[in-house]
Design a protein around this ligand. Structure first.
Ligand code: SAM
Length: 167
């Protein structure tokens, strides 16, 4: 049986569109579980006041908000995800927390459309869910210096620091 990368991507998106509300509902438990590791990820990525952070496969925004708090009003976080439904939860949580430095963008992590040098740091939590080892972009990525982060070259090139939490 051959692997259909396009069908896999489509079904991944559909699944997360459907699962968005449930993932958001589990947000407090997730932060309880992943909070410490998230802070470590932000440390490793060098996120500090004024940082411009790219969050890949941001989901309902748990780590987005943590990064936005660190980056502060002088910084910014762009939360990207393949599912627009889950990004609505991230945007709503950012508004609810009074974080005006968060924006969201529907994007496939394997084909990120971001401006070169727009970010100081790139984060992703957990890493594995955001990529398929079968995809064209990731097979290119394997050979590049960014493969250790699992982040496509278009992202890691402008980011001076990148860190992920592996699932
Ligand atoms: C396990 S959730 C993690 C969400 C969030 N980072 C967290 O830790 O709470 C995985 C997320 O990856 C997103 N995702 C899966 N494949 C993706 C892709 N190819 N590009 C962008 N996002 C993707 C899903 O929509 C989902 O929001």
């Amino acid at each position: 049986m051959t692997f259909d990368a396009a069908a896999y991507k489509t079904s991944t998106r559909e699944q997360w569109q459907t699962a968005a509300a449930a993932w958001h509902r589990w947000g407090p438990q997730l932060e309880d579980w992943l909070g410490e590791a998230t802070e470590l990820m932000l440390d490793l990525a060098g996120v500090r006041p004024g940082s411009r952070v790219l969050d890949i496969a941001a989901g309902a925004g748990g780590q987005t908000l943590a990064a936005a708090r660190r980056a502060g009003p002088e910084g910014a976080v762009l939360a990207t995800d393949i599912s627009p439904a889950i990004l609505e939860f991230a945007a709503a949580e950012a508004r609810r927390a009074g974080l005006g430095n968060v924006t969201t963008s529907e994007q496939d992590a394997e084909r990120l459309n971001v401006h070169p040098r727009s970010f100081d740091a790139a984060i992703s939590r957990p890493k594995r869910s955001a990529r398929s080892k079968h995809s064209r972009t990731c097979s290119r990525c394997e050979a590049s210096s960014c493969s250790q982060w699992g982040i496509p070259p278009t992202t890691s090139a402008p980011a001076s620091r990148a860190a992920t939490i592996r699932s």
